[in-house]
Design a protein around this ligand. Sequence first.
Ligand code: ADP
Ligand code: MG
Length: 287
Amino acid sequence: MTRSGQAPPGMTRSEEAPMDHAAPARGKAPGADDNELGGIRIHDLAQTYERVTTREIVRTHALRNVNLDVAPKEFVCLIGPSGCGKTTILKIIAGLLRPTSGEVSVSGKRITGPGTDRATVFQTPALMPWRSVVDNVVLALEFAGMPKAQRRDQAIHYVDRVGLSEFYDHYPGELSGGMQQRVGIARALAIEPQVLLMDEPFGALDAITRGHMQSELLRIWEQEKKTVVFVTHSIDEALLLSDRIVVMKEGTVITTVEVPIEQPRTRESLLEHDEAIELRRELIEML
Ligand SMILES: Nc1ncnc2c1ncn2[C@@H]1O[C@H](COP(=O)(O)OP(=O)(O)O)[C@@H](O)[C@H]1O
Ligand SMILES: [Mg+2]
């Protein structure tokens, strides 16, 4: 199938694309073809971190020669062992980190910093504890530049979307981990980005809640097709969610694998699906 005061985490004040909410083509990159809206192109990307200690400079080659294209509205999982550079790629796409060399463009436009065309969901949502569920989302919209009169309605719409209609006025401390993560997702969706970047968003959740959240994400993705880059180290999660799995090792992409299974998928159906079983076996061998 092909298919930041301080801005809140996952949301950085737009430096390059002030949003005009009256305009229909929100977040559209100048000159971008409609066909490539939300498409990501990663070309010869390399990232070397330098840590200066009293005695020496320690360099870590976190990424080398990464080339990857993600189609508009494609759901791609990045999978690979811890330390292989998954988060680094995500940070570069988000515009939070400037690569050592190479280039990344989104919707045909080179990334030079954060923008409202992209939103990030981290492993833990880091919500503002003194703000209600709805007000946490409102804050993100404020940073995204949305006019005040529209913020609350928009926030409520997305809080509903993630199934938290009964919790508008609750504070984060009154919510379970899974519910807090839903708020993080609502916050990312509310700015209506073309690209959703998710860094092990369900990694801190118990298995049962994780399963619910995966189904929920698929349901939302079916309704609001977006380009998604989802980092995980779970093969099963990648098989369940993605159109294509990008396998990484030691800072580079070793292969990409299409997942030739129709959505909607369920964990149960994948257990009996021959191609899924085979793909799972191949991925286990690679990782
Ligand atoms: N800010 C940093 N300074 C120095 N080294 C870093 C920094 N961030 C990540 N690294 C190193 O870069 C490599 C890739 O990290 P990361 O992208 O976080 O991997 P992953 O998300 O796949 O676990 C690791 O070796 C990590 O220790
Ligand atoms: Mg990581």
